[in-house]
Design a protein around this ligand. Structure first.
Ligand SMILES: Nc1ncnc2c1ncn2[C@@H]1O[C@H](COP(=O)(O)OP(=O)(O)O)[C@@H](O)[C@H]1O
Ligand SMILES: O=C(OP(=O)(O)O)[C@H](O)COP(=O)(O)O
Length: 414
């Protein structure tokens, strides 16, 4: 068959137009869940796994052979045993109440053979796609290898929709049909509705550790938001731009200049860009570190900032009080260590309180979800999004490769 195919369709459209019995359906999911430090590691927050279940159950229910693919962490293009998908497969299997066949690679003869012996409705989880250099490089050969595993492609990985990788973008050029999954549709619908024409004032809180990915989004946020609050590992690059000492804190030297420009831009635009005025510092990156609260300009040389301080959380509460829409990505501190969780929990508690007063609160990101779950407040927010960088990308209004690859007209392969 030739001719262009265009699809904004989801899995219901696919099932309505095709008998999926026995069909090999490749589903890109985002099962990049936080893991414990145990050996072997265990999934510590299953929100992303739970989010993927409706699509998996639907396709299995249609009799499809369901082939799941995801990344886990950032293995830097090589096999990292602690980032194998086994703990994810075990937890997913428990959630689905069904065996999940776990493969030790994501392409190749062994995978193809095992797929050919799958029964209708069986579920397989491939190994971490980022073990192959072709994944993040969006490599054509690797994309074709993935595409060769399936009849149809589904993208349900909202958390990775902002990445143009082989399993989220490249593969779509080589499959007969490509549609979005139920989680993807649900996330896009909710988030677009909330941020396209937001109820104002709108605030965005950005923290976490993926500084280089997320600092670049702040430029667009200055155009869109009325208030921007910064926390987590993000702040030290800004402190450095202000000429402050940051000790051994996380800092991205390549982005210091950008941080300076962003502060100038926010000021020129009259957008409130709030940086923490006090910081909880530690003598090492450990749960049992010595800690102290210091002013932002007094971080000791050998210490590192691992949380925002109490004065900061009060100022943040004040700044958020008038806001009607709040988007939060990235914890305020290393909440995994109890000593450095207070700032994150205080912001979570403030947002839960504002939600009860009618404010729209959106929390996104694997670790941010884990943090509000740990605080016991996840069900008190308006929306828990499985995507952090993805929801910021959507708020930014930029092209999301995982969406455009599905929508793109591509020549149907022969
Ligand atoms: N001051 C800090 N220094 C180092 N890491 C931090 C700091 N504050 C927060 N973090 C870490 O940031 C991580 C989450 O970052 P990120 O992946 O960007 O968030 P999300 O997964 O919600 O998008 C957490 O594991 C947390 O420990
Ligand atoms: O965890 C994720 O993003 P998030 O931390 O922004 O929520 C996604 O799985 C994407 O991972 P990546 O940022 O390593 O591409």
């Amino acid at each position: 068959m030739t001719g262009p195919v265009s699809s904004k369709a989801d899995i219901h459209d696919l099932a309505d137009s095709t008998d999926l019995t026995g069909k090999r359906v490749f589903v890109r999911v985002d099962l990049n869940a936080p893991l414990s430090k145990d050996s072997p590691p265990a999934v510590t927050d299953a929100t992303r796994l739970k989010g993927a279940c409706p699509t998996i159950e639907f396709l299995a229910g249609q009799g499809a052979r369901v082939i799941l693919a995801s990344h886990l962490g950032r293995p830097k293009k090589k096999v990292v045993d602690s980032l194998r998908m086994d703990p994810v497969a075990a937890r997913l299997s428990a959630l689905l109440g069904k065996e999940v066949i776990k493969m030790d690679d994501c392409v190749g003869a062994a995978v193809e053979e095992r797929i050919s012996s799958m029964g209708n409705g069986d579920i397989m989880l491939l190994e971490n796609v980022r073990f192959h250099s072709g994944e993040e490089g969006n490599d054509e050969t690797f994309s074709k290898q993935l595409a060769a595993l399936c009849d149809y492609y589904v993208n349900d990985a909202f958390g990775t929709v902002h990445r143009a990788h082989a399993s989220t973008a490249g593969i779509t050029k080589f499959v007969e049909r490509k549609v979005s999954g139920l989680l993807m549709e649900k996330e896009l619908k909710y988030l677009k509705g909330a941020v396209d024409n937001p109820v104002r004032p709108m605030a965005c809180i950005v923290g976490g550790a993926k500084v280089s990915c997320k600092i670049t989004v702040i430029e667009a946020l200055i155009e869109k938001c009325d208030v921007i609050l910064l926390g987590g590992g993000m702040i030290f690059t800004f402190y450095k731009a202000k000429g402050l000492g940051v000790g051994k804190s996380l800092v991205e030297d390549d982005f210091v200049e950008l941080a300076a420009r962003l502060m100038d831009k926010a000021e020129a635009k009259g957008v409130e860009l709030l940086l923490p005025e006090d910081v909880v510092v530690a003598d090492k990156f450990a749960a049992d570190a010595e800690s102290d609260v210091v002013a932002a300009d007094s971080i000791p040389e050998e210490w590192m900032g691992l949380d925002v301080g109490p004065k900061t959380t009060s100022s943040f509460e004040e700044a958020l009080a008038p806001c009607k829409t709040i988007v939060w990505n990235g914890p305020m501190g290393v909440f995994e260590f109890d000593k450095f969780a207070a700032g994150t929990f205080a912001v979570a508690s403030c947002l839960a309180d504002l939600t009860s007063k009618g404010v729209i609160t959106i929390i996104g990101g694997g670790d941010s979800i884990a943090a509000v779950e740990k605080a016991g407040l996840a069900d008190k927010m308006s929306h828990i999004s499985t995507g952090g960088g993805a929801s910021l990308g959507l708020l930014e209004g930029k092209d999301l490769p995982g969406v455009s690859a599905i929508e793109e007209k591509t020549p149907r392969p022969m």
